[in-house]
Design a protein around this ligand. Structure first.
Ligand code: FAD
Length: 646
């Protein structure tokens, strides 16, 4: 027992050597039970380990002789009185009788039992000299993360008010408001609590749907099979396909529901035409934008959906409460979530939710610790563009403290290159040092990831010459997509798009001199953008040679996009990577119920929108445009329906 084996090596060596196994009795899943005549397997002594229970750290201390567990002490005193805290004697008996950590546990105290099992396994590993790599790694990595350290419960003495409801929704963004609207419409009693003093939304609010009456009006039929396959491919096969399929299957009904609510406010769903025509980065026309009507007029496009749903929910009796950040979930003795506690100016308010609590707290953009751990690439951008500054991962923390698991990292990020100039196309990109670094004729995600990983800079410059209107027009049938082809509706033309681009660039040169540049010579342009003159001239000269040759032997950009930079005046736009959202989060099932690491649901707890995970991995699949809002809509619609019990 001198030599320390890793857990993996130990199990591997046992599996490989059948003779080794005969030295033992039964083989169980994690350890090997010693038979009476077995040779020594333990280093005699007393070992201790702890694991997180429902309310406290559960500690197990086990004493071994060479062949068996001879004593066990289990400290569950910090667990729920009368329930988890009462199981000590039963589990000790199971440990000693079974001579294994794999005890059945005690009904009604499943989280405490799981903690006993985990700690007992660790004691057995220690006695066997097996190094538990995960535990060692955790110890070596220093202090635990905020989501791993459950705070002390807020004491009853600090609760100034208790409110009963059926459904409590935490977070007033797109997803939370959609959930509130649907559940209230179906007659459920709904309260939505929002951390800040207002609802949140972003951009032009374009919402993706696979089919709808708005798409029918243009006879647009999406190929669901192709869409789902490309989604899964973009996500590196690491998303949960059943969730993606559910999204594809439910989005028509949810979108038609939204279209009807919007129509009542006088708004119409229009479909955008600015999809990419590139065969590799092909985008589908799924992007629904709502224009006109009282809500859009009063609140603007970014928060159109949240306010549309709020007004509809309020008409159906829902309550929206602001300046009420939820701080902790409330669980009963079985671990089921029964409510949450919010901080208000007057003190803590406890909400009891008889049907369920829905986390809709957005992403982790503004939690530095979570960003560094789960999505470090998102910290390398020029700007974080999420308008909800309260998106500090509170839902992740609260759920993890209640026993939830998160999806594997790194979490995917939604990025668009509009953090500096708004327009960007397929023209030459150079780093601030004047070096070309990628095939520029790619999609929005690709441009941003290329910037932060290959240019190793949050911004670069796109360089083009006075013939750019002609070149953009030539590029659009083969490329295009967001920003490159502007946000234009079906029925508009490429020529109109180029007009918009020319306006953006020429007005940018006038009004936004930090991001749009124009100069008579390349030397002057280099000076204006602060790029070393020689480097820029050399890069442009080489690029022009590739254009003349008609083959980009450096990055293999398609020939149609190889347009030279030759005829002044010359232009540069600053292309900046912006983080829109981190789209990874809590582990959920197909009903959006939050799960623990064993895929078991935590009763009473749901997650919608960006706080929920599993739907995306590796990268954000923009081939289905507007799908981030689309999944807020579908998640809200289906959870609202489910919880209302209809
Ligand atoms: C500039 C920009 C443009 C975009 N354009 C598009 C687009 O066109 N199409 C698309 O599909 N997606 C787009 N997105 C992404 C999309 O807007 C988001 O993914 C989506 O809005 C997330 O919605 P959500 O409801 O999950 O979270 P959020 O909208 O972030 O809402 C979360 C809410 O929870 C609140 N909250 C947080 N913690 C607590 C707490 N403890 N207690 C109570 N409340 C809490 C927050 O204050 C916030 O109001 C864009 C994003 C940006 C930044």
């Amino acid at each position: 027992m001198e030599k320390k084996l890793s857990r993996r090596q130990f199990i591997k060596s046992m599996a490989a050597g059948a003779a080794g196994v005969t030295a033992f009795g039964l083989v169980d899943g994690l350890g090997l039970k010693a038979s009476a005549e077995a040779e020594a397997i333990y280093t005699p002594g007393t070992y201790t380990a702890s694991a997180k229970g429902l309310q406290s750290d559960v500690t197990v201390t086990m004493t071994f002789d060479e062949t068996s567990i001879i004593d066990a002490v289990v400290d569950v005193s910090g667990e729920t009185q009368g329930i988890g805290a009462a199981i000590g004697d039963q589990v000790v008996e199971q440990l000693l009788k079974g001579q294994t950590a794999e005890i059945d546990g005690v009904t009604g105290a499943s989280m405490t039992s799981t903690a006993v099992r985990t700690a007992a396994r660790e004691c057995i590993d220690q006695a066997k000299g097996i190094v538990n790599e995960a535990v060692e790694a955790a110890a070596a990595s220093g202090p635990l993360h905020s989501w791993e350290v459950k705070p002390d419960p807020i004491p009853d003495s600090e609760i100034v008010e208790t409110v009963d409801t059926e459904i409590l929704i935490i977070g007033g963004g797109y997803a939370g408001c959609a959930t509130a609207a649907r559940a209230a419409e179906l007659g459920a009693q709904v309260i939505l609590v929002e951390k800040s003093d207002t609802l949140h939304g972003n951009g032009v609010g374009g919402t993706g749907a696979v089919a709808s009456k708005a798409l029918d009006a243009f006879d647009l039929k999406l190929d669901k099979v192709d869409s789902q396959k490309r989604w899964v491919k973009t996500c590196g096969g690491r998303c949960r396909e059943s969730l993606v399929a559910k999204f594809h299957n439910s989005s028509e009904e949810a979108m038609n529901w939204m279209i009807d609510i919007a129509a009542a406010s006088g708004a119409q769903a229009l479909i955008s035409e600015n999809h990419s025509n590139d065969p590799v980065h092909k985008e589908d026309r799924t992007y629904h934008m709502f224009v006109g009507g009282s809500v859009a007029e009063e609140y603007g496009l970014a928060v159109f959906a949240p306010h549309l749903f709020r007004l509809f929910a309020e008409e159906h009796g829902a309550q929206f409460i602001y300046n009420s950040p939820a701080e902790q979930l409330v669980q009963d003795e079985t671990g089921a979530v029964t409510g949450a506690i919010c901080k208000t100016e007057a003190g803590y308010v406890k909400y009891n939710a008889s049907k369920g609590v829905v986390l809709a707290t957005g992403d982790i953009s503004f939690n530095e610790e979570m960003m560094e751990y789960f999505a470090p690439i998102g910290n390398k951008v020029l700007a974080k563009l999420n308008g909800a500054l309260g998106d500090t991962g509170d839902g992740i923390n609260m759920a993890c403290w209640a026993g939830a698991a998160v999806q594997d990292g790194p979490w995917p990020t939604m990025m668009h290159p509009q953090a500096a100039s708004y327009w960007h196309g397929p023209f030459l990109f150079v780093t601030p040092e004047g070096k070309r670094y990628m095939n520029e004729a790619t999609w929005v995600q690709g441009k941003c990831i290329g910037l932060v990983t290959q240019a190793k800079s949050p911004y670069s410059f796109s360089i083009f010459d006075s013939k750019y209107p002609e070149y953009v027009l030539q590029s659009l049938p083969h490329g295009g997509g967001m920003f490159w082809d502007n946000f234009r509706f079906i029925g508009s033309t490429f020529e109109e798009s180029v007009e918009t681009t020319v306006n953006t660039i020429e007005q940018g040169v006038e009004n936004d001199p930090k991001n749009y540049f124009k100069a008579d010579t390349l030397e002057e342009l280099a000076e204006k953008i602060g790029v070393p003159k020689d480097a820029l001239l050399a890069t442009v000269e080489h690029y022009n040679e590739l254009c003349d040759k008609g083959e980009d032997t450096d990055f293999y950009k398609d020939q149609v996009f190889l347009t030279p930079v030759r005829e002044g005046p010359f232009y540069a736009t600053r292309v900046g990577a912006g983080l829109l959202a981190v789209v990874g989060g809590l582990h959920i099932d197909d009903n959006n119920q939050v799960c623990n690491a064993n895929d078991e649901v935590i009763p009473g707890l749901f997650a919608v929108g960006n706080v929920s995970g599993d739907m995306y991995a590796v990268d954000y699949p923009i081939n289905f445009m507007g799908n981030s809002h689309g999944r807020c809509l579908v998640g809200g619609y289906s959870v609202g329906t489910y919880l209302a019990g209809v």
